[in-house]
Design a protein around this ligand. Structure first.
Ligand code: HEM
Length: 179
């Protein structure tokens, strides 16, 4: 998993819980890499899981809600750092549809070792978009937070329905309905 995911996670923990929490988390979690993350490095995705689980234990906040919040934080980073993916995009559905066929394709060109999920999208009707998330890394909660922030970015109000289509969160179906 790319270093940017780790450095942004550490930044979110610092912003929301303070530097002491970052310090405790990095010293008390078993991190094979040693925990000195740089945005250009690549680390095992197991380490991000260990960090989020550790944060959940320390804060008593549920793991899914921490991942969702992290998705929202990551979205802000993408907004600032990857403005080109938003240029000329008229609405949230078009943006969400562009992840699989454009954004993550470009990400993979920039970082060939990036581990990205797959998204299948389908318009169910004028106001509903189906997105099927698929990844060995089971980060549907992160995707959920990113989807919610995408809607906010375009000032669109919508309901996000979600269901699991496979064990262990490897396939998650979202239906996003504009209201
Ligand atoms: C400008 C927009 C975006 C950029 C630049 C971007 C880029 C990235 C990057 C760099 C990673 C890390 C890959 C790795 O660590 O190896 C990633 C992972 C991921 N992205 Fe995106 N992304 C964008 C938008 C989105 C949106 C809107 C969603 C949700 C619908 C999304 C869903 C995910 C998920 C869930 C992962 C975690 C990996 C996994 O689940 O397998 N991304 N993305």
């Amino acid at each position: 998993m790319k270093g940017i995911v780790f450095t942004e996670f550490i930044e979110m923990v610092e912003q929301k819980f303070g530097y002491e929490m970052v310090d405790e988390l990095l010293t008390e979690t078993d991190l094979p890499s040693g925990g000195a993350y740089t945005s250009i490095g690549t680390y095992s995705h197991h380490e991000i899981v260990s960090l989020v689980v550790g944060l959940s234990q320390k804060t008593n906040l549920p793991l899914p809600s921490l991942l969702y919040t992290f998705g929202q934080h990551l979205f802000q980073t993408f907004e600032k750092g990857y403005g080109q993916f938003f240029e000329g995009v008229p609405n949230a559905f078009t943006f969400l549809e562009s992840i699989e066929r454009y954004i993550h394709v470009e990400v993979k060109k920039l970082y060939p070792d990036a581990e990205l999920p797959r998204f299948q999208t389908k318009r169910l009707d004028e106001n509903s978009l189906e997105m099927i998330y698929q990844s060995e890394r089971s980060m549907g909660d992160l995707a959920h937070g990113l989807i919610a922030s995408s809607l906010e970015h375009f000032n669109e109000k919508a309901e996000i329905y979600r269901e699991s289509l496979a064990e262990g969160g490897k396939i998650e179906r979202f239906v996003i309905t504009r209201i």
